[in-house]
Design a protein around this ligand. Structure first.
Ligand code: GLA
Length: 738
């Protein structure tokens, strides 16, 4: 009886989001550390040589299970020393290490050998801080381990400290290295390009190293700092998956390596390319955080854990009612695709009136409102209101938006400057450049060196002023090019590579300070679409813009890929005009609406040109979306049928955490050979509960019960109407527990 009560209290606590501490233990005799959270155990220990060695990472072990002291792997012939074979938690480059090192340094006297041994540790709230030191020199490394008690996701990072009397150069610094059990794996990773982000790649892990990286100064469209490794036959809903994501918005690298003895390791952190951080005596370097998790139920299970973790532990809580979950995103209207740079007070007011009539919550004015911004050749850097377009400042428009019952958001691109701007004319030295060398422009702009204290003060200053002088609820923070010529001419040549660390740290510091001064303001991370999405920036922004590609068919695949790593809560999705500019494809408004409703909905079309029928349809679907939004963006996501690989069909289902509601989306791309839509066997419902089915858009097959058990929907499945055929058809349903 007492036991049952305790269980009930635990369940209630979990439902309310109250954090139980992670279980942690240190076996002093065997020198073994163990962390348990969710369904996961992570075990590492100090081996006889004093190295910190990984011992186990996988499904949760029994509470009384124990490990003997870690044993180094033996030498494999004379070519592979024990040091390189042993799965170290954080290996220094030295002593014959041929795998990816976690840390590589050059000392002032030319010594480049670094061998880290255990020194001591301290318990922290949810884990350990473990201190390592080089066997001779005074290089100290503290490894931080924090286990999330609910998901079992482990946050790992390192602090590197130089207590030598002379500076050392850190040439390579990872946040963590992860070792998987020996086995055969499939690597999943996300790549892309502008307007084509979030392609999920799946390939077998082979001997050698597979590198995912950005050398661009920011996260990048081309690869995203996330990975998942499926064991053997694991698939979307079954089998073991190890996954991880790096919290860093600067140049990064993740190396997945299968070594000569078939061991698989993943090492990630600062990108060592062009790296060289001079660490002065007494100085410390903090690495980014590398998060890692394990799921026993496939890639779907892995992404559901990550989504919950992001919602519960990463994202800000701006305006949230409960401390655990961010509030759902307001449904926005954004003017970019309707007006591009051609914004004006009258034009924006007309759009705002129409937006309000649709039931939109937030009106966002995009690029074009400031400086001499007629197109992308001028104005970036001059953050004053353009008085030709807004003779009375922004106030009349903001007042109008408020009077219409919406809040107001504004586009900014704080880190950039056009050469044709007052700012650049005044401060040409503020951009990243090497003196005497060309300054490459991309989209006619250059990157301000945010690592400089004066630039940091300027950017914080103008943003603070805009937010203080205007009633602004939201900033769309854009970043429309990558670095080139990354010089920092203020510093001595040998120090200049600090830019790779200091720039990103200052970006985070500005965001943190703005949030502190303006705690109600929400921020979106945009970088010409999805060029800056990672668990580092997500601590400071409430949402992201996944892609400049708003074609609703393309978006299905992008959204599918996106959700392997990131929660739909942050996945902004606008409905824009058809035919779409990029692909010239024509689709119905209802198809576009349902595609966008899989994420956080927005409208970006020229709504002043909509017919009464289109307006009525959008209004009805926005109202329907508002009712089920929390389930869609914060529930447990099941990717029932993937749109990848030219699939004729796709479908998703999201189930609210308490299983009281589910929402199903079905998309028919183009019927072939008369095939009907596959039966949708739902997942994650309460088998014993009764659920009522109702349509948001489209029809279920005639005879589908209005109410049936969770078991019925999961085992028998939901059948689509026979007429659900043709090109670009979409349907959506909700199931509510009775
Ligand atoms: C980037 C963004 C777009 C839009 C334009 C404005 O491309 O991704 O959404 O804001 O800039 O110039």
């Amino acid at each position: 009886m007492i036991k049952a009560c305790a269980g009930a209290v635990m369940l209630l606590a979990a439902a309310l989001g109250a954090a139980q501490p992670a279980l942690k233990s240190y076996d002093t005799a065997a020198k073994v550390f163990r962390l348990d959270g969710g369904g996961v155990s992570y075990v590492f220990g100090v081996n006889a040589r004093g190295e910190l060695e990984q011992m186990y990472w996988g499904g949760r072990l029994g509470a009384t299970d124990s490990f003997p002291q870690a044993r180094p792997m033996p030498e494999w012939a004379s070519f592979d020393a024990s040091y390189t074979n042993t799965p170290q938690e954080f290996a220094g480059w030295g002593a014959g290490l041929y795998n990816e090192p976690a840390l590589k340094v050059t000392f002032a006297d030319g010594n480049r050998d670094l061998v880290l041994h255990y020194l001591g540790h301290a318990e922290t709230a949810h884990g350990f801080d473990v201190e390592l030191k080089d066997i001779g020199r005074k290089i100290y490394v503290t490894l931080h381990y924090t286990m999330d008690p609910e998901s079992g996701i482990l946050a790992r990072s390192a602090t590197i400290e130089n207590r030598e009397l002379q500076a050392v150069t850190v040439e390579q610094a990872a946040a963590a290295a992860w070792t998987l059990p020996a086995g055969h794996y499939t690597l999943n990773y996300l790549t892309g390009r502008w307007a084509g982000e979030w392609t999920l790649n799946q390939e077998a892990v082979h001997p050698g190293a597979r590198v995912m990286e950005s050398r661009r100064g920011s996260t990048g469209h081309q690869a995203n700092p996330w990975f998942a490794l499926q064991a053997g036959e694991a698939n979307e809903e079954q089998g073991e998956v190890w996954f991880g994501a790096l919290g860093w918005s600067g140049s990064w690298r993740i190396t997945v390596e299968q070594d000569q003895l078939d061991a698989v390791r993943v090492t990630g952190g600062f990108n060592p390319f062009d790296f060289g951080f001079v660490l002065h005596p007494g100085e410390r370097l903090e690495t980014p955080v590398f998060y890692g998790g394990y799921a026993a139920n496939g890639l779907g299970g892995a992404s559901r854990l990550l989504h919950r973790f992001e919602l519960g532990h990463i994202l800000p809580r701006t305006g949230a009612k409960d401390a655990h979950t961010p509030k759902v995103r307001p449904v926005i209207y954004n003017s970019w695709e309707a007006t591009e740079f051609n914004v004006s007070e009258a034009g924006q007011m007309a759009l705002a009136e129409k937006a309000a009539a649709l039931g939109i919550d937030r009106f966002v004015m995009d690029d074009g409102w400031f400086g001499q911004r007629k197109d992308d050749h001028a104005g970036l850097g001059d953050w004053y209101v353009n008085t030709q377009k807004f003779p009375n400042g922004l106030k009349p428009l903001i007042d109008k938006v408020h009077a219409l019952g919406m809040d107001f958001g504004l586009w900014v691109e704080p880190e950039m400057v056009n050469p044709d701007s007052d700012l650049y004319r005044k401060h040409p030295d503020w951009v990243l450049h090497f003196p005497g060398r060309p300054r490459t422009e991309q989209r006619n702009q250059m990157v301000l060196n945010l690592a400089r204290p004066d630039v940091r003060a300027y950017v914080l200053g103008f943003l603070d002023k805009i937010l203080t002088e205007n009633q602004i609820a939201f900033l769309k923070w854009d970043y429309n090019r990558n670095w080139s010529e990354p010089g920092w001419s203020q510093l001595a040549p040998v120090e200049q590579k600090r830019v790779y660390v200091e720039y990103t740290k200052n970006l985070y510091a500005i965001l943190a300070e703005l949030r502190k001064r303006h705690p109600k303001v929400e921020i979106e991370s945009c970088s010409g679409g999805g060029g800056r999405v990672d668990l580092g920036i997500l601590k400071y922004v409430d949402e992201v813009w996944p892609s400049d590609n708003t074609d609703p068919f393309d978006r299905l695949t992008q959204q599918d890929g996106f959700t392997y790593a990131y929660t739909p809560q942050i996945m902004m999705a606008w409905v824009t005009d058809s035919p779409h500019g990029l692909n010239k494809r024509t689709n119905s408004l209802s198809y576009g609406m349902l595609s966008s409703m899989q994420g956080s909905l927005g409208i970006g079309a020229n709504i002043t040109a909509w017919t009464p029928e289109e307006t009525a349809l959008a209004k009805r679907l926005i109202a329907a979306y508002h009712q089920v939004q929390a389930t869609i963006v914060q529930g447990d996501l099941y990717r029932l049928i993937s749109p990848r690989n030219g699939s004729e069909f796709s479908a998703t289902e999201t189930v609210k955490a308490d299983k009281s509601q589910a929402v199903v989306f079905a998309f028919e791309h183009s019927t072939q050979e008369g095939r009907g839509f596959p039966l949708l066997k739902l997942k994650g419902l309460d088998a014993a509960a009764e659920y009522a089915l109702s349509s948001i858009e489209g029809k279920a097959r005639a005879g589908t019960p209005a109410v049936a058990s969770g078991a019925w929907w999961m085992n028998h499945g939901l059948e689509m109407d026979e007429g659900f055929r043709g090109d670009f058809q979409a349907a959506a349903f909700r199931l509510d527990r009775k």
